[in-house]
Structure formats: structure tokens, C-alpha cells
Design a protein around this ligand. Sequence first.
Ligand SMILES: Cc1ncc(COP(=O)(O)O)c(C=O)c1O
Length: 416
Amino acid sequence: MLDTPAQPPASMRAAAKPKTSSAGQPVPVDPDLHIGQQPHDRESDTKSLLRWIEELRVEQPRVLGFPGALDFDYSALAPALAVFANNVGDPGVADASGVSAKNRERAVVRFFAETAEAPEDVYGYLTTGGSEGIRYGLQAARERLPHAHVYISDQAHDAVRKEARTLGMKVCVVASGEDGSMDPDDLKVKVLVHRRLNPRGGRGPGAIVLATIGTTMKGAYDDVTSLRLMASVAGQVYVHADAALDGLVAAHAPSRPGPRWNFTHGAHSVSMSGHKVIGTPVPCGVLLIRSEFALEPAGAEYVKAADRTLGCSRSGLAALFLWSALRRLGHDGVRERIRAGLETAEYAVTQLEGVGVNPSRPADSLIVCLDRPDDRVVNRWHLACEGDRAHIVTVAHVGRPQIDALCADLASRRRS
Ligand SMILES: Cc1ncc(COP(=O)(O)O)c(C=O)c1O
């Protein structure tokens, strides 16, 4: 036990302990958590960490507005926290360190490739999440079509604009229809304008279409097949499907014909999240790309592994978590998980109608939008809001009891 705890600097001690601040506001370092010159007492740190975990456990069933499924418990894999699993470079090749979880990463990539009906020789790897997958798709597209603009709908995730900006690519925003999906006719108009300005000897500049498979706020599906067709007036087309939220849902959608979103529908690359519908304690995702479009391999000699990833050193732990969840579920288990989520979404629409908050939901979606309630309800249920609308996402930890409790809360606020 240490009897002289590390002291935060005087300026920090003088500052009042930060209260919970509104989302988006900068929050100072909590003086109790300051990391100083000297080691801190481990026992008291562990106690405070366990208290924090307990607080999260209590709070999590009320997280209705964000798409990460929270019904998991990977604590049986705790021994993995005492080893270092670093997946360096391509999952398909061994590397010199020999301490990776690439065998499990390969199995996970295959599972997602089957889900997205990818060609046999598809290249793929585990990413840090949806944004890295988007960056990969954009970068690969730019290699092929350096003069093309990136066409995204006004409902695309902000990550797309951020990644395009990082890559110095020009974004052109296409209108979305009533349901929130990209309007193919507006895409054609925008593409034609660019072609007229940049004919490139009759070949056209090409077009890079960033389709969203499950838009973040409304849950709408862009139609890969018709967008690719409409964009072809620009010359060559590359389509990346950002299926961060709803790739797995689209794959198991009960409606016929279901969403057109995957490789057989015309996508050149697809990215999906692992921590959303499946649920993992660390953010992660999968990038899949037709192998002829994958980035050129790099790779340091000492590692002895070709590397077409963006990250190089990548989390073996994420591979382990996803593999263990998917192995337990299989394709049938994922389908059942999605069926249950869609049923809860349907139930939510009926119940929210009953309390007069104008619910809306596209077909095959886990997202249900409603009129934005007051901040007390928004904060209590961790709702995601945009303008005068809010939404819930019926991933696996969200069931009828939470919907009933939310509706009771909404009804009592309307009465008061
Ligand atoms: C459609 C879509 N794309 C991309 C992202 C970004 O994913 P990540 O936060 O994993 O980088 C999200 C996040 O919710 C999303 O909904």
C-alpha cells in the first residue's frame, strides 16, 4: 500500500470536481483520475474501477438510442487479457512475431464475406470500426478513379465527409427521398453535371458512390444496384457500401425482395461494424473488397508479412471476441437475433403510436424514429436526436420491458 498518493497539480486540485456535462462540451480531467509522477494505490484504483463498471451495468439497459448491442458477457475470455495478440498486416499470411489471433480473424472475415455474398477471392480484414472501412473503400476507389467525385446522400454518416476530407476527395451531396434513402434520379443529375464539366476525352470522370446500408438516423437502405446504374453516365463507377449498422440486418431481412446492398448487387467493397448488431466490448468492424481493387501491399521487412490493411498492428482481442460471438451464433443465430430485433421494432412502433409521438420506421429496420421528447427523457433513455426527431435502435439488449417503460415515461411527461 502506498501512503503518499500521487497528487494532481495545484491548478487541477483547485478546480471543482467535474459534474456530468452536456454531450459535446469539453470535460476537464477528473482530479481523482490524474496520473502523476508516483505510482498510485492499485487496490483503491481497482475498487473505483469496479464501481464504474457497476454504474455502467445499471445504466446500459436504458441505452436505447445507440446501435451497440450490450447483451454480451465475454468474461470467460478474461485470460486473454494476460496475453498480447497483435494481428500485424494481412490476416491471410503469418508474420514474424508469431503472437497473433489471425486464425480467428480469418474465420470472422469468411463469415462476413458469406454474409455479404462476396466472391471467393475477396480480400478482407478486421478494422477498428465503420470509419476505417469507409476510408479503405474511398482510398481504393480513388486509386482507380482519381478524377471522380464521391457521391453521398444527405443522410450519410459524418465519418464519410471526414474520411473524404482526409483523403482530399471532393464530396457531392445527393438528396434523399422521403424514406431517407439516396435518390437515384438526383444522383444521375449530379453525375451528369460533373461529366459535362469534366468530359475527359469522352470517357467521363467516373463516379464513386458511397451507399449507406442503414442510415444512421432513419435506418434507410440505399439501393446499390440502381445507384450504380444511374452513376454509370459518368463512365466507370465504384460503389462502396457503408453497411456499418445494417449489413447483417439487410442480409437477413424478411421482406422480399430485400435490400440490394452486397457484392452480388454491385458493390466493389463493403464495410460492417462488429460492435453494433453482434456486440463486443471494443469497437471493431470488417472491411471486404474485391481482391483486384485492394490497396497495394506494403510491409516492413522485419515483420515478414504483406500488408494491405490501413492499420498494420491490429487488435487480436477484437478478433477473439467477434469469433467467439459468431461461433456461438452461426448464421442461423444471427438471423434469429435480427428477427427478434425487428419484432421489437414493430412492437415499439405500435406502443409509441399509443402515446402520440409519431413513430416512423423503414421496412426491415431496427431504427424507430419518434418526436423528440424533453431533455429529461432524452438523457434518461440515451436517445439519439437530430432536430425535432429522436430515435431508438432495437438491438439485442432492447426488449419490450424497456419499450413499455419508455412509453410510460413519455405518457407521464405529456400528462404533466
Ligand atoms: C452508417 C454508419 N456509418 C459509419 C459509422 C461510423 O462507424 P464507427 O463509429 O464504428 O467508426 C456509423 C456509426 O454509427 C454509422 O451509423
